[in-house]
Design a protein around this ligand. Structure first.
Ligand SMILES: *Cc1c(COP(=O)(O)O)cnc(C)c1O
Length: 216
């Protein structure tokens, strides 16, 4: 048993309230789940799954290789994991958090003649504990990656909402990311919203959600 249908109903309600024309993608964050729980979600119709650790992505995608799943890497990336990530070829990396990391991907992708879709993570809440570029530098970094990393197919931005009980503070962090997103040329993916704040993220324009615990 899981809560996929309830979560989808809530997403749909928030989506309609925001705009009937908005198209939203749900990435089920499977980092707390075992294989049977992922298969349960799959049987409920879920196809996109996200992991925050490269080793978990590797292990779970291998165990589930016979299922037509799409894997997303959403966690902070160490440079020594880049070769493994490129060989796993996730559908989307949400967590490119510096020009330096992007250049390291570019070098290896170019050498192997591959491309990789990705998002730039922005630390819109400006929290020490979070990865991501400073919102004041985000546009500049995004454009620099676009310019210098043609094999890293940057298609938007990702943020984790502010760690706060106050909805206004969380909304503010989402709005900062949305404003940057709107200023970028050809950006199409705005990944924000987790179990505790996805309806708020939708009201701020998110079109990709990363939801874990609420689905169990
Ligand atoms: C764990 C995680 C999520 C999902 O968190 P929940 O609160 O369980 O929905 C989303 N994004 C990132 C980057 C995560 O690490």
């Amino acid at each position: 048993m899981n809560h996929l249908q309830e979560v989808i109903a809530k997403i749909e309600k928030a989506r309609i309230a925001y705009s009937r024309h908005q198209v939203i993608k749900l990435v089920a964050v499977s980092k707390y789940w075992d294989i049977a729980q992922i298969i349960d979600l799959y049987n409920g119709g879920q196809r996109a799954f996200g992991e925050n650790k490269v080793q978990d992505l590797k292990a779970k995608s291998a165990e589930l290789e016979n299922y037509p799943l799409e894997w997303h890497l959403i966690g902070t990336i160490q440079e020594n994991k880049i070769n493994t990530i490129i060989s796993l070829a996730p559908a989307l990396i949400h967590s490119i958090d510096s020009l330096k990391l992007a250049l390291a991907f570019q070098q290896r992708l170019e050498r192997e003649g591959k491309t990789q879709r990705a998002l730039l993570q922005i630390n819109s809440a400006r929290e020490e504990s979070k990865s991501g570029v400073d919102p004041n530098e985000a546009k500049e970094v995004y454009l620099a990656i676009k310019e210098s990393c043609p094999n890293l197919l940057l298609e938007g931005v990702m943020s984790i909402g502010a760690h706060s009980e106050d909805e206004k503070v969380i909304a503010k962090s989402f709005e900062i990311t949305k404003n940057i997103f709107d200023s970028l040329p050809n950006a199409k993916t705005l990944s924000m919203g987790m179990s505790g704040d996805y309806e708020l993220a939708i009201s701020c324009g998110a079109n990709m959600l990363r939801i874990g615990s609420a689905l169990l």
